[in-house]
Design a protein around this ligand. Structure first.
Ligand code: DP6
Length: 317
């Protein structure tokens, strides 16, 4: 039928986190954030015309509610278009799950705008994708990206951060998790009730400046230590929420965090960052990644571990 081009967007991992909305409808964040796009995890999406908005994920019919809501927002912003069948594939190596709404909403935004014959910059696409999922705003760009929090819809967008090449790698450790996950949106709303939230905002702004400088100097040790500090601060907000405090950490998360401490005592460059789940991503160098994988596998034989590197921006074919 009328299926045509495909867009491929890679997921990104925030080194300075987005963890709070000051406007839920517009997805305006309380902080600017900074990310590294990854090579191994991506979503490829195409669209075709249909009777109603529908969604097929990895060849299975899937719930289209969130996508339908997002397409309606695009119809308001870009001009009306007919219903679409959205066909997506998530590419996630072996079992280390890092499928994300970031790559999904970036690829969807890219393919729809292209199909409409519009030519928008990646910055403009990032503003639109932000409405689907905040972290998607950063997935149009390869390597490092900054999402400027902005003050309104117009000024809240992401852009590429110019950076010299550095041998950064990310070891992704997926811990098995049985319990039901708290969505990012819900987790953020709870975190906002922490009495420490305002301190975190101030700290995050300073960490963003320090992180940009560490990236300019290709100082991976500093990149890692700022990222870990920022991530642990985010998770401390969850624990100190005055409405429904919670944690994404499991025993295995804690165990990996303490292994990372041991590695650092051994002189290995290893720092943790953690998102809305129990998985730990370890920031390190390309050279040290395999040592870290070995230490993790020895200590925790059932752990699924992958090594990712810097990935590209959105592409179309
Ligand atoms: C912890 O982008 O998934 O990964 O905007 O509600 O869809 P919504 O949230 P989402 O949140 C990502 C949170 C994070 C940190 C980050 O990626 O910056």
């Amino acid at each position: 039928d009328s299926t045509t081009m495909k867009a491929t967007a890679h997921t990104n991992i925030a080194l300075i986190k987005y963890w709070g909305k000051k406007n839920i409808e517009l997805n305006l964040p309380t902080t600017s954030s900074l990310s590294l796009t990854l090579d191994k995890y991506y979503t490829t999406t195409s669209v075709s015309s249909a009777e109603i908005d529908s969604f097929v994920l990895n060849n299975q019919p899937a719930d289209a509610t969130r996508i339908h809501h997002f397409l309606n927002m695009l119809r308001k912003q870009l001009g009306d278009f007919s219903p679409l069948k959205v066909i997506s594939e998530n590419h996630v190596p072996t079992s280390a799950g890092l499928a994300s709404s970031a790559s999904a909403f970036a690829a969807l935004t890219g393919v729809v705008v292209h199909e409409l014959g519009m030519n928008l910059s990646n910055e403009e696409l990032s503003r639109l994708a932000r409405r689907g999922s905040g972290s998607a705003s950063r997935s149009f760009f390869g390597n490092f990206a900054v999402w400027h929090k902005g003050i309104d819809d117009e000024s809240s967008f992401a852009e590429s951060l110019n950076a010299s090449d550095m041998p950064i790698a990310l070891v992704v450790a997926e811990v098995s998790h049985a319990e039901k996950k708290i969505s990012s949106t819900e987790g953020m709303q709870r975190a906002l009730t922490s009495p420490n939230y305002d301190d975190w905002l101030v700290k995050s702004a300073n960490q963003l400046i320090d992180m940009q400088s560490a990236i300019q100097h290709a100082d991976i040790d500093k990149v890692g230590s700022i990222a870990e500090d920022n991530a642990l601060g985010m998770h401390a907000l969850n624990l100190t929420a005055s409405r429904q405090p919670f944690t994404y950490f499991t025993d295995q998360t804690q165990m990996i965090l303490s292994l990372i401490q041991d590695m650092r005592h051994q002189g290995i460059l290893a720092y943790a960052t953690i998102d809305a789940g129990p998985n730990v991503k370890i920031i390190t160098t390309k050279d040290e990644a395999s040592t870290i994988v070995n230490i993790l596998k020895n200590a925790m034989p059932t752990l699924a571990v992958e090594v990712a590197q810097s990935g590209p921006g959105i592409s179309y074919d």
